[in-house]
Design a protein around this ligand. Structure first.
Ligand SMILES: *Cc1c(COP(=O)(O)O)cnc(C)c1O
Length: 464
């Protein structure tokens, strides 16, 4: 018997066949040649394991394989996924999904030219740093505001502007890593400031700060919100208002790295008290730094709020140019901030807030509907209560009670099903818990429920 690998068609023969003409109209010839070559290589490998059965029966079958390969290669590297993990601010999945108005504003800013740095009244050069400032002032009571690329940049810019070459007091309990390599001691030294540790890991008192400020050239106090972990037991930390009194007395800047950027009322979201910029500023912080894409629910950005003289110095700092924010981001941030002018609108329109505030009854109902729709593909699926988290390095230790659909796949393992779901054109990301696939609907937009149901059915068919 001859080796079937010897009888495989050549690339030229395939491309000349009628079955390939449509593909050649849709894709550049060079890419089709490459894909056809790779398809032949794949077929050779398959024949080695499965024999004759792996040989396509005709040219149409070859064309289908080549087209499948081309369409996989056409998928963008960065693409939308369905987040069924129940982690609302999933850093790996792009943190905050954006409101409809924010998405429209961003598309608009990208579509053409804008007055990004152009003063329309005077017809001359303007500043990109005027955008969003009035809204931020109104919403937080800050006297001035500056938007940069992210909160990490805001912290470096703030420290560099307030304390380069000088010492900065930080509690030992706040020398933290916020994830993604953001370590306070490293950021501080890169900013040109000198770290002076104060107190102990679990307890720091005002007197510790005062004592440390008595020697050396101290320029500022940095307070860091422990946004992604909690310490409990025998602990003590100094409130921002007490630090403000001390900073005032000693003539130091007080910089509060808050991170989360919560503007809404935490009670309405079912969250425990979370420090907010408005309170830090009222308590007397010189400047506060927050993220745009955590609990604020907007695009990735860093926002500095505070004293006009200090914020003005940051705006003039050459580093600000390196950290500058993009027009598309500014457009999305402005539209997001506008929602907050009406707190009810913010809860309704900003997906992060809407997901956090989603009533349990609604989640339960959606879980039951999905469970029924999956009855055929996964007969053993069940609806169960579950626990989600806020995520994104915010609200550590806060559980979000939720409703889930749980699947124990019969033919394969939960991990194999999870992989199958990730390989769909619109990938679905889920949790695996106790050998079950867990689907948490809190983080799925209700409009996507039908897409989620068909993705799951598709995955089980592909896995068979
Ligand atoms: C998240 C966070 C940061 C980093 O913010 P990015 O916007 O991700 O750069 C810094 N500090 C605190 C306290 C944070 O919570």
């Amino acid at each position: 018997m001859t080796d079937p690998r010897r009888n495989l068609p050549g690339v030229d023969v395939l491309l000349a066949s009628g079955a390939f003409q449509g593909i050649l109209e849709a894709y550049p010839r060079g890419r089709v040649v490459e894909a056809a070559r790779d398809t032949l290589v794949l077929a050779r490998g398959e024949i080695a394991t499965r024999g004759e059965a792996a040989v396509p029966s005709d040219e149409a079958e070859w064309a289908r394989r080549v087209e499948d390969l081309l369409s996989v290669r056409d998928l963008p590297s960065l693409r939308g996924v369905i987040n069924a993990t129940g982690v609302v601010l999933h850093t790996n999945l792009g943190r905050a999904p954006l409101s409809e108005a924010a998405r429209a504003a961003m598309a608009g800013a990208g579509w053409g030219y804008s007055n990004l740095e152009f003063d329309l009244d005077r017809g001359e050069r303007g500043s990109r740093y005027v955008h969003c400032v009035d809204l931020l002032k109104e919403l937080t009571g800050a006297q001035d505001a500056l938007v940069v690329n992210n909160n990490a940049a805001a912290v470096v810019l703030g420290l560099n502007s307030m304390a380069t070459g000088r010492e900065v007091l930080v509690s030992r309990g706040e020398l933290v890593e916020i994830g993604g390599g953001f370590r306070i001691p490293d950021m501080l030294s890169r900013s040109g400031a000198v770290l002076k540790e104060v107190g102990t890991t679990n307890r720091t008192r005002v007197e510790d700060y005062r004592g440390a400020a008595e020697t050396g050239d101290v320029g500022a106090i940095l307070k860091v919100h422990r946004s992604n972990f909690r310490i409990s037991g025998f602990t003590e930390e100094v409130q921002i208002s007490d630090l403000a009194t001390l900073a005032q007395e000693l003539g130091l800047f007080l910089f509060h790295d808050l991170g989360s950027g919560l503007l809404a009322d935490p009670e309405r979201l079912g969250l425990p008290r979370e420090p907010r910029a408005i309170e830090s500023l009222k308590a007397g912080a010189t400047a506060v730094a927050i993220s745009g894409d955590k609990l604020l629910g907007g695009p990735q950005a860093g926002i500095i709020l505070g004293d006009p003289e200090v914020v003005g110095a940051m705006r003039k700092n050459p580093l600000c140019r390196a950290f500058r924010v993009d027009k598309v981001t500014l457009a999305g941030l402005e539209a997001t901030l506008k929602h907050y002018l009406d707190p009810e609108e913010a809860l309704r329109e900003i997906p992060t807030l809407r997901m956090l505030a989603a009533p349990l009854g609604v989640l339960e109902e959606r879980a039951h509907r999905l469970s029924r729709e999956l009855h055929r593909s996964f007969p053993g699926n069940r609806v169960a209560e579950g626990i989600g988290v806020v995520g994104g390095g915010t609200c550590p230790g806060v559980d979000l009670p939720t409703w889930t659909v749980r699947i124990k796949p019969s033919g394969s393992s939960p991990r194999a099903l999870a992989m199958e779901l990730r390989s769909l054109p619109r990938p679905v990301v889920i949790r695996v818990e106790d050998e079950e696939v867990v689907i948490d609907l809190r983080t799925v937009d209700p409009d996507e429920d039908p897409a989620l149901a068909s993705a799951l059915s598709e995955a089980v068919d592909a896995g068979d």
